[in-house]
Design a protein. Structure first.
Length: 238
């Protein structure tokens, strides 16, 4: 689990432009490098902010515990829900691009990473019958002496805990993610991210809420090409 908000003494490094580095979490490398022996999170093998050995704990289903965080406090996640949870974990731990969205105050955290609406809706659907006791998975736990997480509240199905995919994406991990208005300039933690990342990183005006329509258009065009190519190769990404 992304355990960032807990780092109370997070040094506020005056943004020394570490966009090419990694986040500063307890498992992160200083800089991304290839990890050919990844067990999971292979989307990031070519350039990874996690060591291959980190992914061992994600390699066996059901995943019980990642670092100090138990994933099964309200029972085992279903396979499909677990897969989405893994994709989020992999992005946070391993993506060489996560630091582009580094949290201004917590250097081990991300802020407002744009997720695709369809990704959030699919994720919600996959998890709706699974249960959780935390609305905000960063904050809503009782931590014991060894830093392990315990439920503070009762377990409830996701479909009761979160109103919909948007609510889940934008609140489950605190400020980490937002749902994008674009269907292209957004991440879904699969190979299509390569297209989105190219256009998201080329964005010059950082905080412009509405991306230029030409960037959107260019992204859509490239995504179509990418999808056609993938179909030819006969291997979908989902
Ligand atoms: C994982 O591998 C890295 C580099 O090979 C090493 O520094 C680290 O101690 C390893 N971690 C564990 C938990 O084995
Ligand atoms: C999702 O839930 C939020 C919070 O309850 C609500 O404001 C929003 O309108 C909902 N969105 C959709 C598409 O139903």
């Amino acid at each position: 689990m992304l355990r960032f908000a807990i780092t109370l003494f997070a040094v506020i490094t005056s943004s020394t432009c570490q966009k090419n580095g990694c986040l500063e979490g307890d498992t992160h490398k200083a800089n991304p490098s290839p990890e050919p022996d990844m067990h999971e999170c292979t989307l990031y093998s070519e350039s990874s902010c996690c060591y291959a050995n980190f992914t061992e704990q994600l390699a066996h289903s059901p995943v019980i515990k990642v670092s100090n965080s138990y994933w099964n406090r309200c029972g085992q996640l279903s396979k499909s829900c677990e897969d989405f949870t893994k994709r989020i974990e992999c992005f946070y731990r391993c993506s060489p691009h996560a630091a582009h969205w580094i949290h201004p105050k917590h250097t081990d955290a991300i802020q407002s990473v744009p997720l695709c609406q369809s990704f959030c809706d699919d994720w919600y659907e996959a998890c709706q019958d699974d249960s959780t006791c935390a609305y905000n998975w960063l904050m809503d736990w009782e931590q014991d002496g060894s830093g392990e997480n315990h439920c503070k509240r009762e377990c409830r199905p996701y479909r009761e805990m979160y109103a919909n995919g948007t609510d889940m994406c934008q609140n489950m991990w605190g400020e980490s993610f937002k749902v994008s208005e674009s269907s292209c300039l957004c991440l879904q933690m699969n190979k299509k991210d390569m297209v989105a990342i190219k256009h998201l990183l080329s964005e010059s005006s950082e905080e412009s809420s509405s991306m230029s329509s030409s960037e959107e258009h260019a992204c859509q065009k490239r995504l179509l090409k990418f999808e056609a190519l993938q179909q030819e190769e006969g291997k979908g990404t989902r």
